[in-house]
Design a protein around this ligand. Sequence first.
Ligand code: SAM
Length: 234
Amino acid sequence: MGENSVNESTLLRRRLVEKLIKDGMIKTEGVKHALLKVPREEFLPKMELKRCYEDTPLPLPGTGQTISAPHMCAIMLEELQLFPGLSVLEVGTGSGYNSALLAEMVTSSGKGPTGRVTTIERIGELVDSASLNLKRLGYGDKVNVVLGDGTMGYPSGVQEEIYDRIVVTAGAPTVPRQLQIQAKDDAILLIPVGDIFSQKLTKVFKKSGGKLETKHLCDCVFVPLLGSDGHPNS
Ligand code: SAM
């Protein structure tokens, strides 16, 4: 990448972040830092640079899937109340862009606590491309990309695999049972819930003792969450 394009990319990112702050989508320094840091074009090969910084979902070629709009990433990052040291499960890796944003917020390069991000994707081709994107940008040891049906949670079957935060980036009919189980006490679970055409972004607080409290945040439209505890795959 030449110096000019690096500068243009940085400039476009700054403009986008300024707009998201003005629109009230970015509220905290951590989210601002993450969106300024991660180059969205690195997750959108062959897309014109300027388009990569439009505040809109964009297609991931050949997969029928999309990378979410930056304002939706910002809303989700803010609502997850992230800080270094947390263990995060993301369902729906897609390009890996949002996984990199999550990693910026929960891992730290200094002496502080280092969290980790596990992300599950059902399409093998996206697992491969997201893994390559994340490695190339230095997130290889911060994000674990896993192939599987994320409605069943982390697929290892390891009992201890539970998370401080769970975020689903596809639209679900209901909150999958296994994700409720894999959330720690005091965890936040963020998930779009509705039919395949529109959903409500839903924030679930798991209280100690396993009680769930649910809050609807805003209307949204995501590609469907498919799988055993998602929408049927046809
Ligand atoms: N966050 C992604 C990004 O930054 O590029 C965009 C995610 S895209 C809107 C939703 C993704 O969820 C798609 O890649 C889709 O294949 C994936 N998906 C749908 N159902 C899934 C499931 N049961 N398990 C894992 N991934 C799933």
